[in-house]
Design a protein around this ligand. Structure first.
Ligand code: NDP
Ligand code: MG
Length: 387
């Protein structure tokens, strides 16, 4: 059977790599929905090549342009936030790849769970914002979710054949980002151009800034907790500047298993699309002799205070991480626009957290409300900062 994939975030870094894999394996996959945020010309170009049944653009003002270009090709079009979730219901969709950025991933993922469509989840923010709720919905529906994030794919690969009660710790590797060796004073005034220079990975702008603050690693600890059900104090970040060891699992007998590979998302994407199976030639093969040394160090939570937000959010639970995510999205956008300093990102998150109400057992509507309010509060805090 050829699996129909809805590629949400098709114009992005993960989306395009997924489309490479799908295009090169027509015996296995077909992209039946392509969805994007605003880059309508890119979406049109991709739709011309991949010929989905439906193309969706989140920004409704761009629908006429999309329709005009794709109607002659017999490709249906839709727009808006609701269309981004509705599209997963299409009968041709067997699996949903959620690869949009930030909070926007939550609604389509929840819809996919309810529609019993397999999910390949790149959008870690879905689990950061609402991991508790997503897990409840997954267990109620029996829908399967496969992680795309390279660290979580590595952990899933290490866990194959192992008994859950033999797992002692998850060791999540982090490159350390572009500021790994920078002193705190220099980091405080780093520019967007500095922060966008990731040493190893080529990714979208938002996750690249999250890697520079190391909030990405805090998010990945939260993501790992929800995916694998391991207690927060048994999940650790380890700085590994070469990004070859994608993560590790330590077992009760002392053994440590790791998955290694080049810093390339093709393999974890292919492993998720294939429901935890291997796709021959998914990525260029690693030659370990090309690396003189693989090194590991403890992360520095003083210079990277965002990292400590993982344990804070997991011990607090409820809507804490939803607030952190919302404030971060606003702060990162402001930083990229040159409106705040790099060092302000953490302060905006911490001040938003301090100002926000907290819901301990949130419903879906609570997450929606908290996300909205946290964005408004973070925006007000940023407006009060004069750069
Ligand atoms: P990009 O910025 O490269 O791409 C994001 C995609 O999402 C684009 O197609 C964009 O559309 C779309 N998008 C953005 N906002 C919205 C919205 N509000 N509604 C609908 N679509 C939207 O991001 P990445 O591919 O780097 O990352 C995607 C997700 O995968 C993130 O959650 C990230 O954390 C995660 N991830 C990424 C990795 C990577 O290597 N890139 C590794 C591990 C996880 P448009 O551009 O048309 O506006
Ligand atoms: Mg990752």
């Amino acid at each position: 059977m050829i699996k129909g994939i809805a590629v949400l975030g098709a114009t992005g870094s993960i989306g395009r790599q997924a489309l490479d894999i799908i295009y090169n394996h027509p015996d296995k996959y077909k992209s039946v929905v392509l969805a994007a945020g605003r880059r309508v010309d890119d979406l049109i170009e991709l739709a011309r090549v991949h010929r989905p049944a439906l193309a969706v653009i989140a920004d409704e003002t761009l629908l006429p342009a999309l329709r005009e270009a794709l109607a002659p090709l017999g490709i249906a079009t839709a727009a808006g936030v609701s269309a981004l979730a509705d599209c997963v219901d299409l009968p041709e969709v067997d699996m949903v790849l959620t690869a949009t950025v930030g909070y926007s991933g939550l609604a389509p993922t929840v819809r996919a769970i309810k529609a019993h469509k397999d999910i390949a989840l790149a959008n870690k923010e879905t689990l950061v914002v609402a991991g508790q709720l997503v897990n409840t919905l997954l267990s109620e529906s029996g829908t399967r979710l496969f992680p795309v994030d390279s660290e979580h794919s590595a952990i899933a690969q290490c866990l194959v054949g192992e008994k859950p009660d033999t797992v002692e710790r998850l060791l999540i590797t982090a490159s350390g980002g572009p500021f790994r060796t920078w002193p705190a004073e220099r980091m405080a005034s780093a520019t967007a151009a500095d922060a966008l220079k990731h040493p190893n990975w080529s990714m979208g702008a938002k996750i690249t800034i999250d890697s520079a603050t190391m909030l990405n690693k805090a998010f990945e600890i939260i993501e790992a907790h929800h995916l694998f059900g391991i207690a927060p104090e048994r999940i650790e970040a380890v700085v590994h500047p070469q990004s070859i060891v994608h993560s590790m699992v330590q077992f009760t007998d002392g053994a440590v298993k790791a998955q290694l590979g080049l810093p390339d998302m093709h393999l974890p994407i292919a492993y998720a699309l294939g429901e935890s199976t291997r796709l021959a030639g998914a990525e260029k093969h690693l030659s370990l002799s090309d690396y003189a040394t693989l090194t590991f160090e403890k992360p520095d939570t003083e210079r990277f205070p965002c990292l400590s937000l993982a344990q804070y959010c997991l011990s607090r639970g409820g809507t804490a991480a939803c607030t952190v995510n919302a404030a971060n999205e606003i702060a990162v956008a402001a930083f990229l626009a040159g409106r705040i300093h790099f060092g302000d990102i953490y302060n905006v998150i911490a001040d938003t957290l301090a100002a926000m109400p907290f819901v301990s057992t949130p419903s879906y509507d609570d997450y929606v409300a908290v996300n909205k309010e946290a964005r408004a509060r973070a925006t007000a805090l940023i407006n009060a900062i004069n750069v």
